[in-house]
Design a protein around this ligand. Structure first.
Ligand SMILES: Nc1nc2c(ncn2[C@@H]2O[C@H](COP(=O)(O)OP(=O)(O)OP(=O)(O)O)[C@@H](O)[C@H]2O)c(=O)[nH]1
Ligand SMILES: [Mg+2]
Length: 160
């Protein structure tokens, strides 16, 4: 399921389900700040609860540093944990040149850690080199997270 406050990017994603959260808070646009991302999740909590499974494993994925993902993710993680589901959170941290976004992302990561969720982090700043194209960098992070998530789903790793 793809979730965002912004409806436009959702249209292009190959997801089975798409959910626009916080239509009143964000008007179908970017959340722009984590506070509004969190408010959007609160506004759409009923929709989220109705769509969460009653058993099994849940993986939450986001690129931290913006408003929607960074703000919504901690509350979403809490919901999944309260439902008694087995949760893995997989996130990226922004590139070094996204300076302000790094502070936002690190604060969001702290909120996520406070939920007690198991978290896999891929730091774009750590792995990005001058000779790398942006496409290569995104492909690397996607591959890394996909491998780790698949291992966790198969029960081969505790993702630590
Ligand atoms: N791997 C990967 N990372 C991405 C991609 N798009 C964005 N990111 C990373 O995720 C971070 C957050 O992206 P945003 O699109 O701003 O996030 P958002 O949660 O929609 O936030 P708002 O638009 O402010 O509501 C960016 O700063 C990037 O570091 C992508 O296609 N692939
Ligand atoms: Mg967005």
């Amino acid at each position: 399921m793809a979730i965002n406050t912004d409806g436009k990017p959702l249209e292009d994603l190959p997801a089975e389900q798409r959910l626009v959260i916080g239509p009143k808070t964000c008007g179908g646009m970017s959340a722009t700040s984590p506070i509004r991302g969190s408010q959007a999740l609160g506004e759409s909590l009923g929709d989220i609860r109705a769509r969460l499974p009653d058993s099994g494993k849940v993986v939450l994925l986001a690129g931290l540093g913006g408003g929607a993902g960074t703000g919504a993710m901690p509350s979403l993680a809490k919901e999944v944990i309260q439902r008694g589901l087995n949760l893995l959170v997989a996130v990226t941290l922004p590139f070094g040149l996204e300076a302000e976004r790094r502070d936002t992302a690190l604060a969001g990561l702290q909120d996520l850690e406070a939920t007690g969720a198991t978290i896999i982090t891929y730091d774009h700043a750590e792995h990005f080199t001058a000779s790398m194209s942006l496409e290569d960098a995104l492909e690397k992070s996607s591959e890394f997270l996909a491998q780790r998530v698949q291992r966790w789903i198969k029960g081969e790793s505790d993702a630590q």
